[in-house]
Design a protein around this ligand. Structure first.
Ligand code: UN1
Length: 495
């Protein structure tokens, strides 16, 4: 028997165990295999990491941004070289199928090159001054030490959205990954270490939300927090951050819908629905969990979906025959299953699935059968609450206006989609769908990193991540006035 690997935090450029030596086990959700032991960190480790990031800050912010970008280029190249290895570990600890795990790493590669390029932009503004012989500039400044608290469903991509944007802007970072996916975060941080990031600029502290996450949020030397996770925890983070007037970005999920109009290309719609609802086993913030279908095609679409769902193969994500991997853990399996009783009580019908899958090789894992619910009305709990599993609720509507109203009638507003061949309907939907992301003739998942990622209403607190949105969050504006008139000029004072 080989020994269980034991992993460490990365603080001040060193790989170190938790201060008190505690560890936690991490298991493969597909079969229960023990993957390794990871630090169960606490306040002392947080203090150490924040102190390291603080000590590194002046050196890093004064490093020319194009030089910071060169490190990100190297990170991008190393991620490319290690893509397969990182993707395989990611699948083992998180469960998503290998092609999707590669996509998760690819998103970080894309982000690395995008943000490396920002090192030569980080555009500010030059505006005319109202007085003669005076210049007025607006420039972006980093904020200091920032905390990135990341979820298990995109264990490489989401850390990259946050940390790469923070780093290129000149901040130093403490990353706290989800307890279910520490190995992916570790492999991600290893790349930075090998790419030559200076000690203390990026630190990794593994452990729970209560022992690491909240102490980071409360730490007086942490200037800003970027959090992706549950609505419940997001609210707590926001309240804690507010006590010290800290900036915080929250990405808290969705209840995303695909609208299928009578005139849609149904073959295309079915592909988009399956990919969005059951890809990543429904565990994307962007996953489609509501299907809003116009009555004329409802029966046809339902039949096609049932046929295709029946052919989805469950299994370990590393097997090439697998379409749908396990849920992240047994707790989530239980939670998803609890919604079946809720659905029944509210009067919905379980058209397929509706139970854990545990036959044969699936016995040791937290698998759940892809589920289609019929007879769902817009206000049922299954149509309102984020289930985060392979459960799709079908809601029938008469008109485009009704479809849009149903789409907008939840507390979340992340992603939405419409399948139609009518350009007028598509254009109207683009304007009226009240979500941060809208797709026309594609499913609800697959956002690219160069556009802002995030949503309206309960999905977050108005900030955006990745692409164009991220630098806004991770920088502060400094306005600089240079008076070269040689005399005191008084703004706003009549001559
Ligand atoms: C998430 O589920 O939190 O748009 C992120 C997508 C992916 C990212 C999802 N690029 O589906």
């Amino acid at each position: 028997m080989s020994e269980t690997p034991t992993y460490r935090n990365y603080i001040a450029g060193e790989w170190v165990a938790a201060d008190d030596g505690r560890t936690s086990e991490n298991h493969d959700p597909a079969n229960g295999d023990l993957i390794g032991l990871f630090p169960r960190s606490a306040q002392a480790d947080v203090d150490r990491a924040v102190a390291a990031a603080k000590a590194a800050y002046d050196g890093w912010r004064r490093t020319p941004a194009p030089k910071r970008g060169e490190i990100l280029y190297r990170v991008g190249r190393l991620l490319e070289e290690r893509k397969e290895d990182i993707a395989r570990s990611l699948t083992r600890e998180m469960g998503k199928v290998l092609v999707e795990a590669r996509g998760d790493v690819q998103e970080a590669i894309d982000m690395a090159y995008y943000m490396a390029g920002e090192g030569r932009r980080l555009f500010g503004v030059i505006v005319p001054a109202e007085l003669p012989n005076k210049a007025a500039y607006g420039m972006r400044e980093p904020m200091g030490v920032v905390a990135c608290v990341t979820p298990w469903n995109f264990p490489v991509a989401i850390p990259s959205w946050k940390t790469m944007a923070a780093l290129i802007a000149g901040n130093t970072v403490v990353l706290k990954p989800a307890t279910d996916t520490p190995l992916s975060a570790l492999k991600y941080v290893e790349v930075f270490a090998d790419a030559g990031i200076p000690a203390g600029v990026l630190n990794l502290v593994m452990g729970s939300g209560s022992e690491v996450g909240m102490p980071l949020v409360r730490h007086p030397d942490v200037a800003a927090i970027s959090f992706t996770g549950s609505n419940e925890v997001g609210r707590e983070v926001n309240v804690e951050a507010a006590r010290n007037l800290k900036r915080v970005t929250l990405e808290l999920g969705g209840k995303n819908a695909i609208i299928v109009m009578d005139d849609a290309d149904l073959d295309l719609a079915v592909d988009g629905i399956l990919w969005s609802a059951f890809g990543t086993t429904g565990q994307r913030c962007t996953a489609c969990s509501r299907l809003i279908v116009q009555r004329g095609v409802a029966r046809d679409l339902e039949g096609r979906l049932l046929d295709r769902i029946a052919s989805l193969r469950l299994g370990h994500g590393l097997e090439s025959t697998t379409d749908v991997g396990p849920l992240i853990n047994a707790g989530q399996q239980k939670n998803v299953h609890s919604y079946m009783e809720v659905a029944r009580q509210d009067g919905a019908r379980i058209l397929c699935g509706g139970e854990p899958a545990s036959d044969g090789a699936l016995a040791g894992g937290s698998f759940y059968k892809p589920t289609l619910l019929g007879g769902v009305t817009p206000n049922m709990r299954v149509a309102q609450e984020e289930i985060f599993g392979p459960v799709l609720s079908m809601i029938e509507v008469g008109t485009l206006d009704e479809a849009i109203a149903v789409n907008n009638g939840t507390k979340y507003g992340l992603s939405s989609s419409i399948f139609t061949r009518d350009v007028n309907a598509a254009q109207t939907a683009m304007r009226e769908l009240a979500t941060g992301i809208v797709y026309i003739n594609a499913g609800t998942i697959g956002a690219e990193i160069q556009l802002p990622f995030g949503g309206t209403r309960g999905t977050g607190n108005g900030h955006r991540e990745a692409g164009l949105g991220a630098l806004e969050f991770f920088t502060e504006w400094k306005a600089v006035y240079v008076d070269y008139s040689g005399k005191l000029q008084r703004a706003q004072i009549d001559a």
